[in-house]
Design a protein around this ligand. Sequence first.
Ligand SMILES: NC(=O)c1ccc[n+]([C@@H]2O[C@H](COP(=O)([O-])OP(=O)(O)OC[C@H]3O[C@@H](n4cnc5c(N)ncnc54)[C@H](O)[C@@H]3O)[C@@H](O)[C@H]2O)c1
Length: 312
Amino acid sequence: MRNKVSIIGGGMTGSTTAHWLAEREIADIVLVDIVEGMPQGKALDLQQAMPVIGKDVSIIGTNDYDATTDSDIIVITAGLPRKPGMSRDDLLTVNAEIVSKATLETIKRSPNAIYIILTNPLDAMAYLAMKLSNLSPERVVGQAGILDSARMRTFVAAEVGVSVENVHCYVLGGHGDEMVPLTRHSNVAGTSLREVISAERLEAIVNRTRKGGGEIVSLLKTGSAYYAPSVAVAQMVDAILKDKHLIIPASAYMRGEYDLTGIYFGVPVQLGRQGIEKIVIYDLDREEREALARSAEAVKQTTDALRNLLKI
Ligand SMILES: NC(=O)c1ccc[n+]([C@@H]2O[C@H](COP(=O)([O-])OP(=O)(O)OC[C@H]3O[C@@H](n4cnc5c(N)ncnc54)[C@H](O)[C@@H]3O)[C@@H](O)[C@H]2O)c1
């Protein structure tokens, strides 16, 4: 049996996720969107790229959820992206409706799927998908941490002048400007960032990481980042389908971990074929714990607003 990944939302992040996944040749792909012709056209175009890169992958574009039946993984990217000046939370009302529909339409056709959520506001939308699908929280995970950490890795590698492969960064917390780049745990080939970068430069990198999404929104003006977010999703799909037990930062449902309960929040998780196998607990100092608590408060407010909006 070939693996099947359905991507709901065929816009910039959805179609780019299809692209990165097709290159990995790990699953057949279904791309669903409400715009007529668009997912069909993108899928056909991508399908015609396969002979050139020598990959045997089936890519279907459709407006009909029936094609998603029996998916191993559902990726939800449907919904509006930010415009310049907007916060991710400003998207709550409109995207809650879209993510609700995407979840309900897919879960009845793929009751055994694992969900990866990308739509913003990310932590609240992951919570919504978990609630509406009625899946156990291990099977619903939000993508944020790989992206935020990759942004930080990019800036650190450029600052220090080493390969991105030598740079390991861990950004936890909610997917908003209160996210928490952990400079003490992040390192260049095993040496803590605090020893290789001056405090002043490190603070600048932390701030640029926190506002990394907004920087791209203000440059693009008509949408938000998509290459890096979608390759992050592809890495998560890969970890799940290959049962890699990969530890990455991602948004997971909190049941007492890090003293948090009842919200989705960015923490280190171990991903495998059953979804989230484990939440890894880092040893945090007081400053780091306080920063996470501030970030959690912001996520809690958005999640409470969602609960009030949909009475869930
Ligand atoms: N978590 C992250 O790291 C991250 C990163 C980038 C973008 N995002 C979020 O992902 C979402 C998508 O971003 P994008 O850049 O792909 O936007 P986009 O506008 O390019 O694509 C969104 C697509 O969703 C489709 N859509 C809308 N309603 C739908 C429905 N009911 N069913 C199916 N499809 C529907 C639209 O037609 C559009 O094609 C946004 O909410 C954005 O903020 C999250």
